[in-house]
Design a protein around this ligand. Structure first.
Ligand code: NAP
Length: 245
């Protein structure tokens, strides 16, 4: 009973625990982007596989019987790799994708389809912008020489940044009060976030709503689907789906 979890999320760590408790031998795979990642229970391997072919080879070599893609909804390439590799090798794939957020009363959200669109929009319409998009997709904001960007990420960015910026190195979760303090303290008038979904990073949206701050919400990429992939939205559902296999 060998499972591979494609991880890098809190849900992936929860699945690792559930599967281990159920008697599986679990290996979690991380991309290696974060210097000191939170580690799941069980075995951990770090680094890319070398595309779908490399992942397919790994599945065969390690005699993996099920793959759980519990990566972040914006980690598109590894999800495509998982879909292609499991199809090629004939191993079942469970895709754990938590639902995105939806706008409620009092929210002022502007939905965009790409980080480029988000960057153009905020440069034009706002002055003190709070970026909570990680450090990999900051480049489109660098062209703005006028507005202030408060950038929160875990590790230092390796791309050019906007001329006026403040970096905050911090790893969540953050409470609504902490988020409000940060937004008020920096006179934020716009929050930029990916539509990651989930409760852990939701407080920034509640804080923005309470303070009347606009949110530029970057829509999710389309992830692989089809009848061969079992899509679930919680770790418990992932375990149920594996039980049924
Ligand atoms: P990505 O664009 O889909 O992946 C780029 C490449 O990195 C993949 O082709 C793969 O390399 C490698 N990779 C990604 N995830 C991997 C994993 N779990 N195990 C082994 N290799 C992996 O992904 P990304 O957006 O850079 O995200 C990287 C990791 O950070 C993911 O595991 C994700 O869950 C986590 N994360 C991402 C975000 C986000 O906003 N993107 C937020 C929080 C956490 P090969 O092709 O060589 O196999």
């Amino acid at each position: 009973m060998r499972a591979l979890i494609l991880g890098g999320t809190a849900h992936a760590r929860q699945v690792a625990q559930l599967l281990k408790d159920a008697g599986w031998r679990v290996t979690s795979s991380l991309a290696g982007r974060v210097k000191n990642p939170k580690l799941p229970v069980g075995e951990v391997r770090i680094g890319g596989f070398g595309g779908p072919a490399g992942l397919a080879r790994y599945l065969i070599d390690e005699a993996i019987e099920v793959v759980i893609d519990a990566t972040h909804p914006f980690a598109e390439r590894i999800s495509v790799s998982a879909a292609e590799a499991t199809r090629a090798v004939g191993v079942p794939l469970i895709a754990l994708h938590r639902p995105g957020w939806s706008e409620g009363p009092g929210d002022k959200w502007i939905r965009v389809d790409s980080m480029q669109e988000a960057a153009q929009r905020v440069a034009r319409d706002y002055h003190h912008i709070f970026l909570t998009i990680g450090r990999q997709q900051l480049a489109p904001f660098a062209a703005d020489e006028h507005n202030l960007y408060v950038i929160r990420c875990v590790d230092p960015p390796r791309v050019e940044l906007p001329a006026r910026h403040r970096l905050i190195y911090s790893r969540g979760p953050f409470s609504v009060d902490e988020e409000k303090r940060l937004m008020r303290g920096n006179q934020i008038d716009c929050l930029v976030t990916k539509d990651s979904g989930g409760e852990m990073t939701r407080p920034k949206l509640d804080a923005a709503r309470a303070l009347g701050i606009d949110v530029v919400m970057v829509n999710r990429p389309t992830l692989p689907g089809g009848s061969r992939i079992t899509v679930v939205s919680t770790p418990a559902e992932a375990l149920e789906a594996i039980d049924k296999l």
